[in-house]
Design a protein around this ligand. Structure first.
Ligand code: PMP
Ligand code: GLN
Length: 381
């Protein structure tokens, strides 16, 4: 068979989680919490399953859930989005990203992505007949290189994919950068896909600069989020897309035939929980910042070098002082097999990784005892 995705193999997330399971290592690789979502949320799912909410949800999502999403957006970003015409619930942010790309990308179109970038953007673009143009973000700042971005633009550029808070670097795009981007693409026929799945995981008193808060950019944007990250339930694979009505209409044409709708009882439970606990999202920065700080304070006793993540539940660390002889994939394997801590190497998120990249990514969405145990094992390296 002639593969449509000849360069795609097993994802690094699967590979490292499997290796962690085989070796019994603490799994700080694939991004997911080792604790459960709120009791009331999980009980609500059970209630809705038992109460007969088990048939197809409406194609764009349960109206009550879309209303809750719209109220959150109004409260946090001051934007009145229409639950009817601008909010679509999807089975995971991954499906949202796939549908947004397929809604607007045609054969020959170019999509600009910033490396290191999340692994689903490129295959989705290629299946739509498009091509990714990679602009590298360079450690340690991982800031946008505006000259490189300007040079990457071409008459074929149809989309730019942003991701803030950024996986894997934990860095943020600020309001000033959004403004600069708006100036750069003004008058051009370019859509934005803003992957904001870590929107509530922003630390040190900073507020998340959402594309939803930028009028001009929003008019050409698909803004994607994930309930998995926000409610500690990554296995529920439930997310959403917010986009202006004309873009939403095109997105729904794709979503309608990729999955038709998301899982019904989960949507009922999320709608109930969001209505009853609007404070859940406000408590997330402090909740995850405490985990980041616990992990980083302990990691400071090791020979890893790092700058604390500004957002997400990922912490990058440089291991140059420990095993400069190993590339990051070998380092991740060695740490998993020999020292019982699984991580993700960063080079796999790049088309061409910078020379001498010695960074691994730890997921700190873990219980205190897991973080302490992991840090103890890392301290002896
Ligand atoms: N985008 C980024 C940057 C992510 O880290 C993830 C989570 N793995 C996703 C999208 C996908 O989210 P979901 O699990 O809701 O599909
Ligand atoms: N987003 C998660 C991560 O970056 C992984 C999701 C997946 O396994 N596809 O670790």
């Amino acid at each position: 068979i002639q593969s449509k995705l000849p360069n795609v193999g097993t994802t690094i997330f699967t590979t490292m989680s499997q290796l962690a399971a085989q070796t019994g290592a603490l799994n700080l690789s694939q991004g997911f919490p080792d604790f459960d979502g709120p009791d009331a949320l999980r009980e609500a799912v059970a209630r809705h399953v038992m109460n007969g909410h088990n048939q197809y949800a409406p194609m764009p999502g349960l109206p009550a859930l879309r209303e809750q999403i719209a109220s959150k957006v109004a409260r946090l970003h001051g934007r009145a989005v229409s639950a009817g015409d601008e909010v679509t619930v999807t089975p995971g942010a991954t499906q949202a990203i796939f549908c947004a790309i397929h809604a607007v990308i045609r054969p020959g179109d170019e999509v600009i992505v910033f490396d290191p970038c999340y692994d689903s953007y490129e295959p989705a673009t290629e299946l739509a007949g498009g091509r990714c143009v990679h602009v590298a973000l360079t450690p340690p700042s991982f800031a946008i290189d505006w000259q490189q971005l300007t040079d990457a633009l071409s008459p074929r550029t149809r989309m730019i994919i942003l991701n803030s808070p950024h996986n894997p670097s934990g860095t943020l795009i600020g309001r000033a950068e959004l403004e600069r981007l708006a100036e750069l693409i003004r008058g051009r026929d370019i859509y934005l896909l803003s992957d904001e799945v870590y929107e509530h995981l922003v630390f040190d008193g900073v507020s998340h600069a959402s594309v939803l808060g930028h009028e001009e950019l929003y008019q050409r944007a698909f803004v994607v989020s994930s309930f998995g990250k926000t409610y500690h339930v990554t296995g529920w694979k439930t997310g959403y897309v917010i986009a202006p009505p004309a873009l939403t209409a095109e997105l729904r044409k794709v979503h309608q035939y990729v999955s038709f709708c998301g899982v019904t009882p989960l949507q009922y439970a999320l709608a109930d929980f969001m209505a009853e606990h609007p404070e859940h999202v406000d408590a997330l920065p402090a909740f995850y910042q405490a985990k980041r700080d616990l992990f980083c304070d302990l990691l400071a006793k090791s020979r890893f070098a790092f700058t604390r993540a500004a957002g997400t539940y990922f912490q990058l660390a440089d291991y140059s002082a420990i095993r400069p002889d190993l590339d990051d994939v070998a380092m991740a394997q060695w740490m998993t097999r020999e020292h019982g801590v699984a991580t993700i190497p960063i080079s796999v998120f790049y088309q061409s990784p910078p020379e001498d990249l010695k960074l691994v990514r730890f997921c700190f969405a873990k219980r205190e005892d897991t973080l302490r145990q992991a840090a103890e094992r890392l301290a002896v390296l």
